[in-house]
Design a protein around this ligand. Structure first.
Ligand code: HSE
Length: 376
């Protein structure tokens, strides 16, 4: 059978690079005929992929795009806004896979997270749906962590307080966090070397620095080193941020629950972690008689990536942190305990890599699902 012609747009960006690396690790390129596109330098070549250097094509060349069976865009919302419409107008019949949020809530789009919603995906494929979009990172990571509870219909509502890494804001924001740290380090070095110097004096100096115009802040606008930013994305009319709104809207769409929804709300906060999003969860259970041991079992058995961490200090601090989880496909969940509010209230803390399961991996897996669907 002829291999599917798969176009990659934005493959050199951060999510795109993580996607390509995962595809190389899993040998995915053996099953497709890849075509690489560039928005900025369409006349160059790719770096070698499995020994082959591919000629780059213009990402705005509609004729080239129309010849593809699958388009994977990790280039961001602006490209999607421009090109998806054009392709639709030109009766593009292939699949569109996208990491950006723009098309997620369209009626004809499925948000992909196959360990959670494989049935939704299969039904959509069977009915001819061609638009498959990766979910918001905090949403995907929370659903993978709590997959067992959702699959067993044990959740009445969830409140999530997030600690979102700078990678979610983009590569430039990651650099900016490092630049801010660098400036803080430079400005404290002399005092740090002198043990007798007052720590309060140093703290005052650093606080003045991070609030000053000297701190690099071209991308965050505000200090992120030594700070937390309790606002992500734009405002919604009800006082939520859009990131908080996505929690409920996207999770329910992924679970295929709309219009009967599970209430999910909380507070989204940017912190100075590099690429792992963490979330503190309060979960209202439908069944107050479930023991924590039974809950741990249900969670652990749901999917191969979720990792239950025992609720003790050593395991928590060594296994349930961005430092421990970064650059892995694990989604760790721990601090599982019944809260003092009652036996139907479960507390949990979860950590996952924002670029892997939070962005690239659901797209990579969806491509493989499409390939298998095509072969059948
Ligand atoms: N919106 C997310 C964030 C990243 O700002 O962390 C993309 O899912």
């Amino acid at each position: 059978m002829k291999k599917l012609k798969v176009g990659f747009i934005g493959y050199r960006g951060m999510v795109g690079s993580v996607l390509i690396n995962r595809m190389l690790e899993e040998g995915d390129f053996a099953h497709i005929d890849p075509v690489f596109f560039s928005t900025s330098n369409p006349h160059g070549n790719t770096y070698p992929i499995n020994g082959t250097v591919y000629k780059l094509h213009d990402a705005y060349d509609i004729e080239q795009l129309l010849m593809l069976d699958v388009i994977i865009s990790t280039h961001g919302g602006e490209y999607t806004n421009t090109m998806y419409c054009k392709l639709e107008q030109n009766n593009y019949t292939g699949f569109w896979l996208d990491a950006s949020s723009n098309l997620r809530m369209k009626d004809n789009a499925v948000i992909v997270l196959d360990p959670i919603n494989r049935a939704v995906i299969d039904k959509a494929l069977a009915s001819g749906v061609k638009l498959f979009i990766g979910g918001n990172c905090t949403v995907s990571l929370m659903l993978l962590a709590l997959g067992g509870l959702f699959a067993n219909d044990l959740v009445e509502w969830v409140s999530s307080i997030t600690y979102q890494a700078v990678s979610g804001a983009g590569a430039n924001n990651m650099r900016e966090l490092l630049q801010q740290w660098h400036m803080v380090a430079q400005n404290s070095q002399a005092i740090l070397n002198d043990n007798k110097h007052s720590i309060l004096e140093l703290d005052a100096k650093i606080n003045q620095l991070i609030n000053s115009e000297h701190l690099p802040r071209n991308y965050f606008d505000y200090p992120i080193a030594g700070n937390v930013l309790p606002w992500i994305d734009v405002a919604m009319a009800n006082g939520q941020t859009k990131e908080e709104w996505k929690g409920g809207a996207e999770a329910n769409k992924i679970l295929g629950l709309v219009p009967n929804t599970i209430n999910i709300d909380g507070m989204c906060v940017r912190v100075g972690a590099m690429r792992c999003h963490s979330q503190a969860l309060t979960i209202k259970l439908k069944d107050k008689n479930l023991s924590v041991t039974a809950i741990e079992k249900i969670i652990q058995e749901h999917n191969p990536w979720v990792t239950v961490v025992a609720n003790n200090k050593q395991d928590t601090l060594s296994k349930l942190t961005p430092a421990a989880i970064s650059n892995t496909l694990k989604v760790a969940i721990g601090r599982l305990r019944k809260l003092n509010f009652g036996d139907d209230f479960l507390g949990a803390f979860t950590v996952g890599d924002q670029l892997l399961w939070g962005a690239a991996e659901p797209i990579r897996r969806m491509l493989n699902i499409i390939i298998k669907h095509h072969a059948n």
